[in-house]
Design a protein around this ligand. Structure first.
Ligand SMILES: C[S@@+](CC[C@H](N)C(=O)[O-])C[C@H]1O[C@@H](n2cnc3c(N)ncnc32)[C@H](O)[C@@H]1O
Length: 202
């Protein structure tokens, strides 16, 4: 893989939103995550974090479904502003304009939702991503979401791809693998090219 050219900071991402280079934006929660959300059954309100949330359609969906403890984190203001504009009653205190790697784990989360955030990070940060997800979750908490199962060879800007074997190595120190397979209900262009993962923190 070639080295990453631009610094992937908040202004880089803000610029991508401003110039419409946002091909990751599905305009709705993706079918695998929607199916996962629809089967969540808990009595207590789970504390849910969506990092690198972008326009955060998952947060909107969960909020409208009655989940009250949904937090979104993104360091690009465009992303959080879009959710606030679409869903005015989404709690302002749950919009975290912050770097994922600096988020607090007090109190810890029950569930973290991954959707095209891992692939947006410089690949060198992948071990730190797995470690930070583990730090943010309570023991037994869940990391659920989608990871590209495609190499995207030669990419110098996100999305960055990878392989299941590579990803397993990052998560194995902290998580039990409940599900780690090719998603069966991906969006059209992503079919056969993404893993659905459901990992339980040790
Ligand atoms: C490819 S977009 C995905 C957005 C959203 N998850 C989606 O699927 O539409 C990646 C997002 O991660 C955010 N991001 C990248 N690095 C971040 C970091 N270290 N902390 C917080 N947000 C970050 C970017 O601002 C951008 O909104």
């Amino acid at each position: 893989m070639k080295s990453v050219t631009p610094p992937l900071d908040a202004s880089y991402w803000q610029q991508r939103y401003a110039t419409g280079r946002d091909g990751w934006d599905a305009g709705a929660p993706t079918p695998p995550l929607r199916a996962y959300f629809d089967q969540i059954r808990t009595i207590a309100q789970p504390r849910i974090l969506i990092p690198g949330a972008g326009r955060a359609y998952e947060a909107e969906y969960l909020h409208r479904a009655g989940f009250e403890q949904v937090f979104v984190a993104d360091f690009a203001p465009e992303a959080l502003g879009a959710l606030a504009a679409r869903v005015p009653d989404f709690p302002a205190g749950h919009l975290l304009q912050a770097d994922f790697f600096g988020l607090s784990n007090e109190p810890p989360y029950d569930l973290i939702v991954e959707q095209t955030f891992f692939c947006a990070l410089a690949p060198a940060l992948r071990p730190a991503y797995a470690q930070q997800c583990a730090r943010l979750l309570r023991p037994g908490g869940t990391l659920v979401g989608l990871l590209f199962d495609a190499p995207f060879a030669g990419a110098t800007e996100p999305p960055f791809g990878g392989t299941p074997a590579e990803y397993r190595a990052y998560f194995a120190p902290y998580f039990a693998f409940r599900y780690f397979e090719t998603a069966t209900n991906s969006l059209g262009p992503r079919q056969g090219r993404e893993l659905f993962i459901c990992l339980k923190k040790n």
